[in-house]
Design a protein. Structure first.
Length: 177
């Protein structure tokens, strides 16, 4: 067997390994989504069980407040479209504000924009080039920690908050879900 054949077989094995890793990652991601939905349903059941057991101790208005149903993302998005409009759902650019007192980063994008915990954002800064032109340059990545309807909390990746000189930066969704 000559060297060219060995190289081709090696490349073929690398491609097969890459395809296998991609397939496994896909199935793991699907399983995680199912587990998240299952956990949400179990949390709602637990809250309802606690509510039922404590009915004799709660007033009628309090009993109604603690009874919950599982939340479905489709319902949230449908309500969000009514409240915020279709333009907000399509928006993938926002602003990241760094709160130095609490060492937290808040982003003006949320679940309605496709962000969930674990979503990545590109962080951009306006840089003035030597020719005087101002350009937006990617300076970091951030990962979403908590996500609410139209705001999220994120943490810089491979950087600390002290590495950022300003309090406001432009962000863009890197992996919309």
């Amino acid at each position: 067997m000559n060297n060219k054949t060995k190289i081709l077989i090696g490349l073929l094995l690398i491609v097969v390994a890459f395809v296998c890793v991609t397939a496994v990652s896909y199935f793991i991601d699907q399983r995680n989504k199912e587990n998240t939905q299952e956990a949400d349903a179990l949390q709602a059941q637990l809250a309802n069980l606690i509510s039922e057991k404590s009915q004799s101790f709660l007033s009628e208005s309090d009993q109604k407040k603690v009874k919950r149903d599982p939340i479905k993302i489709e319902d949230v998005l449908a309500k969000a479209e009514i409240i915020y409009g279709g333009q907000e759902l399509d928006r993938k650019d926002g602003i990241m504000w760094i709160d130095r007192k609490s060492s937290r980063c808040m982003v003006t994008l949320g679940v309605v924009n496709g962000l969930v915990p674990g979503s990545y954002l590109g962080v951009y800064d306006e840089i003035k080039r030597s020719d005087g032109v101002v350009v937006n340059e990617k300076i970091a990545d951030a990962v979403v920690d908590k996500s609410y309807d139209i705001v999220s909390y994120a943490n810089p990746v491979k950087k600390s908050i002290d590495d950022f000189s300003r309090d406001y930066y432009r962000v863009t969704v890197r992996n919309p879900r």
